[in-house]
Design a protein around this ligand. Structure first.
Ligand SMILES: Nc1ncnc2c1ncn2[C@@H]1O[C@H](COP(=O)(O)OP(=O)(O)OP(=O)(O)O)[C@@H](O)[C@H]1O
Ligand SMILES: [Mg+2]
Length: 268
């Protein structure tokens, strides 16, 4: 198995708080890898360091053999790293298709806005290609019939799906997802899992933070558990669900015994 993402001794200190401390994670190619843990465990901070939204205090991040530690998000994206956010970040007053296209123009326009203005013909051609791609992705994520709707008018579940579509516009090899199923109802959640599986089948690897244990246990090949910024366990879903430290810190004795599954010990 080949490693697509390797994180070595990653640490982030905010003032006096060690939000992430000496974390090592390896994501393999063709893997769906989940990152779980209680609120404030350092999950989002870890993801933000990987895609360059935050600079690590210390540690190293290697993606597809390249050291990307401290690279800004657009550089990480150009290397094939996509990301979705815990809070929806799309443009409510743009349509679904336009939201997808903004992501695409951003990724494929190498010369900047001035270049686009000076090279109208080239820009029109780029726009045509990006539109085509946006339509293709809209189909894949099941929003083809909503392309003309304002994103702000979509039900919450569709907005989460659109967020995923935007991440796909950059032709990522690996997508980082921050709580993709948060706030979804059971049927929206099932649909989202189906879309994730489809994307995975198409060759994109996934690294996701998720509190819903039904989703995590169903979809993941491997799980890493953080608590107070440190890695406390790692392994297959079965192994992690039976790990005493994980049960104590996060899962409680609910998961596995209680067939409702759901979200342990987590408000957010
Ligand atoms: N920009 C920041 N400045 C200061 N402290 C921060 C900052 N971002 C996060 N923290 C703190 O770092 C710790 C880890 O936060 P993080 O958001 O990574 O947790 P999380 O595991 O994603 O939690 P949740 O499940 O609630 O999303 C928390 O104590 C948080 O308050
Ligand atoms: Mg978080």
């Amino acid at each position: 198995m080949k490693t697509i993402l390797k994180i070595d001794n990653l640490t982030k200190v905010f003032g006096g708080l060690e939000a992430v401390k000496d974390v090592n994670i390896q994501v393999q190619e063709r893997e769906i890898h989940a990152l779980i843990g209680p609120n404030g465990a350092g999950k989002t901070t870890t993801l933000s360091m990987i895609n360059g939204t935050l600079t690590p205090t210390t540690g190293k991040i290697v993606f597809r053999g390249k050291d990307i530690t401290g690279c800004p998000p657009h550089r990480a994206a150009a290397e094939g790293l996509g990301r979705t956010f815990q809070n929806i970040k799309q443009f409510g007053s743009l349509t679904v298709l336009e939201n997808l296209m903004v992501g695409g123009m951003y990724h494929h326009n190498k010369g900047g806005v001035l270049h686009m203005l000076l090279h109208r013909k080239e820009t029109r051609e780029l726009e045509r290609q990006v539109r085509e791609k946006a339509e293709e992705i809209a189909c894949k994520i099941g929003v083809r019939n909503l392309c003309g709707e304002y994103a702000g008018n979509l039900p919450y579940g569709r907005q989460k799906v659109l967020e995923l579509g935007r991440a796909m516009m950059g032709d990522p090899r690996l997508i980082l997802l921050d709580e993709p199923a948060a706030g979804l109802n059971p049927s929206e959640r099932a649909e989202f899992v189906e879309i994730l599986n489809k994307i995975y089948e198409e060759g994109i690897d996934l690294f996701l933070i998720e509190h819903n244990m039904d989703v995590v246990m169903n979809i993941s090949h491997k799980i890493t558990v953080l608590n107070f910024g440190r890695k406390i366990a790692e392994g297959t879903p079965r192994k992690v669900a039976n790990n005493a430290a994980v049960i104590k810190a996060y899962l409680g004795d609910r998961y596995g015994k209680n067939d409702q599954g759901g979200e342990p010990n987590a408000g957010g």
